[in-house]
Design a protein around this ligand. Structure first.
Ligand code: ADP
Ligand code: MG
Length: 224
């Protein structure tokens, strides 16, 4: 029995930050199970080296080698899907850190998880549009600075996460399809807010753990 945790939220809303916190939280919880029952994986655009540019649909920024504006996003989704599928089993916890903003995509992941007898849940990273936009703008500036620094030294690529081009960012916010906990593929849904402190975040993670691996989980027949 295991779990696919689909992180979802606006661009630069703090998804990777929360996904890493959840990763640390789950590794501790898993280590407490004796013997340790699960393996833990964190899959993201960053871990698969998917560029933010694949989400950019504006015609003038589409790369010459891509067939159409969203073919590169489809390729990225195929890569993510493949990565999830490779590790998803009844002994694996998988955190999928990404926008995961398309309803149909979350449905597809839900079906894949269900086929593996591994239910999914959603971790909604909630943040105001203004707050998230400010983060992206700050990153765009950092990227520009980092670029200059690289030009002036032999240093390798900086640790600063890639920013979204402004128009790409605005379009993604516009296209974002809010998870709906009334549908089976978007439930159960757990939410962390930008303001949530360590204690509140931990409470949410505790609820997630209880629903997924603790006493509260649905019983799945073993060895089937
Ligand atoms: P995303 O993965 O959604 O693009 P990140 O997790 O990379 O977002 O976060 C973007 C920036 O915002 C980072 O610099 C991070 O340190 C900061 N950040 C993220 N979540 C919070 C939070 N809850 N409170 C304060 N700063 C945060
Ligand atoms: Mg991220």
């Amino acid at each position: 029995f295991s779990q696919l945790i689909i992180v979802s939220g606006l661009p630069t809303s703090g998804k990777t930050t929360r996904a890493k916190q959840l990763y640390d939280y789950l590794s501790t919880r898993i280590a407490e199970t004796q013997p340790p029952k699960y393996r833990l994986h964190l899959i993201s655009d960053d871990s698969l080296s998917v560029s933010r540019a694949v989400y950019d649909l504006s015609p003038d920024t589409v790369r010459l080698h891509t067939r159409s504006a969203n073919s590169s996003e489809k390729d990225a989704r195929a890569a993510l899907y493949g990565a999830v599928k490779r590790v998803l089993s009844d002994k694996d916890f998988v955190i999928l850190d990404g926008l995961n903003y398309i309803k149909g995509w979350r449905y597809q992941l839900h079906c894949e998880a269900k086929a593996m007898r591994t239910p999914n849940c959603i971790l909604r990273v909630a943040c105001s549009v203004e707050q998230a936009r400010a983060v992206n703008q700050e990153r765009l500036q950092q990227d520009a600075t980092a670029q200059t620094e690289r030009d002036n030294s032999e240093q390798s690529a900086s640790e600063v996460a890639e920013a979204y081009a402004s128009e790409n960012w605005e379009n993604l916010v516009f296209r974002y399809e809010e998870p709906n906990p009334m549908t089976r593929w978007d439930s159960p849904l757990f939410a962390v807010l930008w303001e949530d402190d360590e204690a509140q975040t931990r409470r949410t993670f505790d609820q997630l753990w209880d629903a997924m691996a603790g006493e509260g989980r649905k019983v799945v027949k073993p060895n089937q």
